[in-house]
Ligand binder design. Structure first.
Ligand SMILES: [Zn+2]
Length: 308
């Protein structure tokens, strides 16, 4: 009886694994681009994101791509704590900038005649344009953080890379300071170039892609991975091998890596900044002190010059 139950369960799991691998990302992308969600208010997007993280977490428990990456309850709590702190700080920063910096940038845009956003285009095209524009800014910030030690430190980007096991929840596990840098696309493309009005409509496409890019699920990268970042590519960026980590900077759109020559399609052995995962305290102190186990942080300029 137990054997029979197990067999049924295995067959179901095989179906769920198949549907997840080939259909999950395309269906979620289409859903994020569907007219009801594109025109929905913030509360509906929020509900969609919460449902999405619950679904992906459930799938990661049921059919993990790497069973050894399944986290203990304590590990999950640690990630959740970091997510909460980083998100709270990010929302405070965004709220402050919405009152101060963003209106000033909008008026500067008008006075400089930079009002070039094609607001008469169909909403879907504007969303795709904003998606690519945001990702272009993010690509260069992200590449810079892996190139210059001062930016790696100032943004606390190493904290996001420090986890040995990745899940969808790790998407938001950043150092609070990085929230300031993650607002750069909104600042440049949203307010300097005028695309801010479609930022909310673009939000779900971002969330779907970046959550999946960090997920511990077996996903197909063919066709969809030509334009969107898949977890095969992004987990490679999370490799603890520096040469591998210095590829695939696009967290949602992999096209810019293909264009700028940083794309890599290869297996990943191990994630993290080094052999061991830093403690919770070390994660917060990373802007000030790099853990001794770190192998992927860019070398400080003085040390790099001395080594040459
Ligand atoms: Zn990175």
């Amino acid at each position: 009886m137990e054997l029979g139950t197990s067999r049924v369960s295995d067959t179901r799991k095989a179906w769920i694994r198949y549907l997840t691998k080939y259909w999950l990302q395309p269906v979620l992308v289409l859903l994020a681009l569907s007219p009801p969600l594109l025109t929905a208010g913030g509360a509906y997007h929020g509900l969609f994101w919460i449902s999405l993280i619950c679904l992906l977490t459930l799938l990661e428990i049921l059919i993990p791509a790497r069973p050894d990456w399944q986290e203990s309850f304590n590990d999950k709590l640690m990630v959740l704590g970091l997510v909460w702190i980083a998100n709270t700080f990010g929302e405070l920063c965004e709220g402050f900038f919405e009152e101060t910096l963003f209106p000033w940038l909008a008026s500067l845009r008008e006075s400089l005649g930079l009002d070039i956003w094609p607001s008469d285009w169909p909403l879907l095209l504007q969303v795709l344009l904003l998606f690519m524009g945001f990702e272009l800014v993010n690509y260069w910030y992200h590449r810079g953080a892996h190139r210059w030690n001062w930016l790696w430190r100032a943004s606390g980007h190493g904290t996001h890379h420090a986890f040995k096991h990745l899940t969808a929840l790790n998407t938001m596990a950043n150092h609070p300071l990085e929230a300031l840098f993650l607002l750069l696309p909104l600042l440049v493309v949203g307010y300097m170039l005028g695309g801010a009005d479609v930022a909310l409509a673009t939000g779900s496409l971002f969330v779907v892609t970046v959550f999946l890019a960090h997920s511990n699920l077996d996903l197909n990268s063919k066709i969809i991975g030509w334009f969107f970042t898949t977890n095969r590519y992004h987990i490679h960026h999370h490799s603890m091998v520096m040469e591998e980590s210095n590829t695939n900077y696009g967290c949602a759109c992999i096209l810019w890596d293909r264009i700028f020559g940083t794309f890599s399609d290869a297996d990943t052995e191990e994630a993290g900044i080094g052999k061991s995962q830093p403690s919770y305290a070390e994660l917060f102190l990373m802007p000030f002190e790099e853990p001794s186990s770190s192998e992927i942080a860019p070398a400080p300029r003085v040390a790099a010059a001395a080594a040459d």
